[in-house]
Ligand binder design. Sequence first.
Ligand code: NOJ
Length: 516
Amino acid sequence: MLLQKTLLSFFFFSLLLLVQSKHNHEVEEEEEVVTRSMFPDDFIFGVATSAYQIEGAYLEDGKSLNNWDVFTHHPGNTGRGENGDIADDHYHRYMEDIDKLEYLGVNAYRLSISWTRILPRGRFGEINPSGLMFYNNIIDNLLLKGIEPFVTIHHFDLPQELEDRYGGWLSPHMQEEYVYFAKLCFEKFGDRVKNWMTINEPNVFTQFAYMRGTFPPRRCSLPFGNCSAGNSDVEPLIAAHNMLIAHAKAVKLYRNHFQPKQGGIVGLTANAFHYEPYTNDEFSYQAVERSYAFNVDWIFDPLIYGNYPALMRKYLGKDLPKFSKEEVELLKGSIDFIGINHYSTFYALDCFNSNDCTSTENRAIGGYTGRAIARNGIPIGDEMGVFGFRIVPYGMEKLLNRLSLRYPNTSIYITENGYCPPNYQEGTELLQDFTRIKFHQTYLASMSKAMRKGAKVKGYFVWSFMDNFEWIQGYNITFGLYYVDRNTMKRTPRLSAKWFKDFIANGEKSSTISTF
Ligand code: NOJ
């Protein structure tokens, strides 16, 4: 009876989706079957999280305050005054969580290290043995279950002490601070961790922290945001510059002192949207190129070719920091793989030759391009919970094709891809997340198309393993394959968790809801 009901509701739901997308979208997706066997045997299928978003235990066992602990405790800084003090209480429940990873059948898990848990005061204090023990336990237990840890060293959280002393990433001193932290990670965990990401989304972090002023340390200037101090035109560029050099210095250290013995690989993860032209003219195509340059190539051109993209240099002139000769050499080829967090696609707006860019909210660094989510009143895809995110599966393929052309010899990992519903779900929708399943099926199909055309994609991580603290949007944004009850902390697999498990295990067979 229950099965019949589920099947019936799935049938009507799919019908509804089909009708809706026919009406709403300009570009229709082909229905595609996606199976595990379409990917190489050694392909990585994992799930991802980050320390501040799930760990909690914000002042336990020697951990000290980081920028997010302090920021979220100021009234008004996050949507509903929420913070990561407890988050998913993963600090106390990691064994239970690792069991759930095993249940999913993933061969990898992407996590990040909380800087203040192992170095409470950066270079200015002692190493915290309890912090090391916590991550050692996680790593060991993952490996026992055959799950490869993919470790991000720095995912948005940094010691408050460094924020206070230096103004965070605005200062070149952060380069040495970061290298000190990375070295400790390589030293203590590198015998078992073989896949590293130095930094998560420097392009997003710097825009939110120093251009729009919505992330700590809340710096920005008009018209991009209203902060007590900052300069939205130059500070995000300076902060990213320091992050890129910090990355390259840490990689040099890894390659010289750790890689030969430990044999791991190291990359960096950036956020990358795809951009479509807003109108069918030359200016719009140029706006697409500028959008890519100012958002994506900004990060990967230096790491692969040693310098910022020509378009950024042309438009930003003196505002764009310069790399010294030594830095160029240090940066060039400083990643073993490209890490991509991909969620959505936008129309690229030309802010020079059109009046399309009405809102500064949607402008990229420098303000030369903007982005829109609809054209002629027709949205580019169905809505998601994060502001501006839309479901556009074909964007995955186009993005990967472009990355493969620009960086032909570099492997790619999709380090995040995931769905959150536009409204907080209740009732049956809470666990029966058909839209999320469809999201992953269509994005995976799109990714596999790019791979057939030559994209060197080696792995795919779902964001996220479980619902967690979505930064300033808090706990109402739910990306999880697992639902987390905020009162009891109980984790319950959504239908998508079962679908992903089934997908990974099934090989040839396509995973449909009816197999549950
Ligand atoms: C990217 C970030 O790395 C992650 O922390 C965040 O939760 C997701 N995007 C979803 O917005």
